[in-house]
Design a protein around this ligand. Structure first.
Ligand SMILES: Nc1ncnc2c1ncn2[C@@H]1O[C@H](COP(=O)(O)OP(=O)(O)O)[C@@H](O)[C@H]1O
Ligand SMILES: [Mg+2]
Length: 328
C-alpha cells in the first residue's frame, strides 16, 4: 500500500531524511519511531503529498506522491502534529465543513459523518464547540475528520502527544480498531507506544532507518540491556566488591560517593534478574541497601544499542522469554 524507496529530503544544508526505504502492507499498522528531529514529520508530509522529496520516490495506494499528489491526497487521511481544528466551530459543523472540502456529495455527507463520529466515539460532543473540548476529544475529532472519506491510508503524526494516560489508552485502542480497514502509519518518540499498537516498527534516527522489526523482536533484542542502579550506605569499594561477587553480574561501576552513600551502576547478563542476589550480598556484608532499581534506556541509547550490538547479539544464546517492557 505504501512503498518508500531511497527517500531523501534536504532543507538547504540540513538533510532531514537521508535515503530511507520501507514498505507498508494493506491493513498493517506501522510504527514510525524516532527521537525529536529524526525526520518523522518530514517523511509523513512527503507521504501525504504535501511536501516534494529531494530524491527518491514514495508511492501510496499505487500513486507517486510527487507525480500525482491530488490522487494521493484523496486516498490519505492525515493528522498533523498540531491538527488544524477550528475552535469556534461545533464538532458537527466542523465535520460537515471538512466533508465538503473533501468533495463528499451532499446526500451521502450525513451518513459519512455519522460513521466517522461513531468510529471515533465523539458522539457525545457533537454539539460542543471544538475550543471547549479536552485535548483527547480534540484529537479524536481530528481522527474523525481524517477518516471521513474512508481513506485507504491514515498518516498520524504523534497522535498521543500531549494526552494524559487515560486519553493515551483510549486513542491507542481507537487506532488499533481502525487497523485492518485502513493502512496506518503512526509516528511516536515513545517506545512502549509502538509495542501496544503496531504490528511492525521502523526506527529512524538522524534521517536514516536504523532498525525495522516487530515490537516483540525489538523488545527481545533490547532485553537485558540497560542497567541497575544500586545505592548503598557505606564505602564504595566495599559495596562494589559485594555486588561483584554476585553470579551474573557483568560489570560494576561505582560513582563518586556523596554524603556517605555509594551509587553503583551494574550491568548483568542479558535476561538474568540479579536483583535478589545483589540485595542479599549487600546486606550480608553489613551494608545498608538504600535503593535498587532498573534504569531504562533513553531512545538515544536504544538506537546506539540497536546499531552497534546487533552482530554481537546475534551470536548470543537466546534468552528465556520474559514479558519485560522497555521504558524509553
Ligand atoms: N521547514 C524546515 N526547514 C528547515 N529545516 C527543517 C524544516 N522542517 C524540519 N527541519 C529539520 O529537519 C530535521 C527533521 O525534522 P522533523 O521531520 O520535524 O523530525 P521529527 O518529526 O522526527 O521530530 C530536523 O533537524 C529539523 O530541524
Ligand atoms: Mg515531528
Amino acid at each position: 500500500m505504501i512503498e518508500v524507496e531511497n527517500l531523501t529530503k534536504r532543507y538547504g544544508r540540513t538533510t532531514a531524511v537521508d535515503g530511507i526505504s520501507f514498505r507498508v502492507r494493506k491493513g498493517e499498522i506501522l510504527g514510525f519511531l524516532g527521537p525529536n528531529g529524526a525526520g518523522k514529520t518530514t517523511t509523513m508530509r512527503i507521504l501525504t503529498g504535501y511536501l516534494p522529496p529531494t530524491e527518491g520516490t514514495a508511492r501510496v495506494a499505487g500513486y507517486d506522491v510527487f507525480e500525482a499528489p491530488i490522487e494521493v491526497k484523496k486516498r490519505v487521511g492525515y493528522i498533523p502534529e498540531t491538527p488544524p481544528l477550528y475552535p469556534d466551530m461545533e464538532v458537527d459543523e466542523f465535520l460537515d465543513f471538512c466533508a465538503k472540502i473533501k468533495g463528499i456529495p451532499g446526500p451521502s455527507r450525513k451518513g459519512k459523518i455519522d460513521e466517522a463520529v461513531d468510529k471515533t466515539r465523539v458522539g457525545d460532543v457533537r454539539g460542543r464547540l471544538i475550543g471547549r473540548l479536552s485535548k483527547g476529544y480534540r484529537q479524536r475529532v481530528g481522527l474523525a475528520q481524517a477518516i471521513l472519506n474512508n481513506p485507504d491510508v491514515l498518516i498520524l503524526d504523534e497522535p498521543t502527544a500531549g494526552l494524559d494516560p487515560k486519553q493515551i489508552i483510549e486513542t491507542r485502542e481507537l487506532i488499533k480498531g481502525l487497523g485492518g480497514d485502513h493502512t496506518i502509519v503512526l509516528s511516536t518518540h515513545i517506545l512502549p507506544e509502538v509495542s501496544m499498537t503496531c504490528g511492525r516498527v521502523v526506527i529512524i534516527n538522524k534521517g536514516k532507518v536504523v532498525a525495522e522489526d516487530t515490537p516483540e523482536n525489538l523488545t527481545r533484542r533490547l532485553r537485558g540491556a540497560g542497567a541497575l542502579r544500586v545505592d548503598v550506605r557505606g564505602e564504595a569499594t566495599a559495596a562494589a566488591e559485594a555486588v561483584r561477587s554476585v553470579p551474573g553480574v557483568v560489570s560494576v561501576r561505582p560513582r563518586p560517593e556523596s554524603a556517605g552513600v555509594a551509587t553503583l551502576e551494574v550491568e548483568a547478563e542479558p535476561g538474568r534478574d540479579v536483583r535478589p542476589d545483589i540485595a542479599r550480598a549487600v546486606v550480608s556484608r553489613g551494608l545498608d541497601l538504600l535503593a535498587l532499581h532498573q534504569v531504562g534506556m533513553s531512545l538515544e541509547e536504544i538506537f546506539l544499542h540497536l546499531t552497534t550490538t546487533d552482530a554481537a547479539r546475534a551470536e548470543a544464546p537466546p534468552a528465556a522469554p520474559r514479558s519485560a517492557e522497555v521504558t524509553a
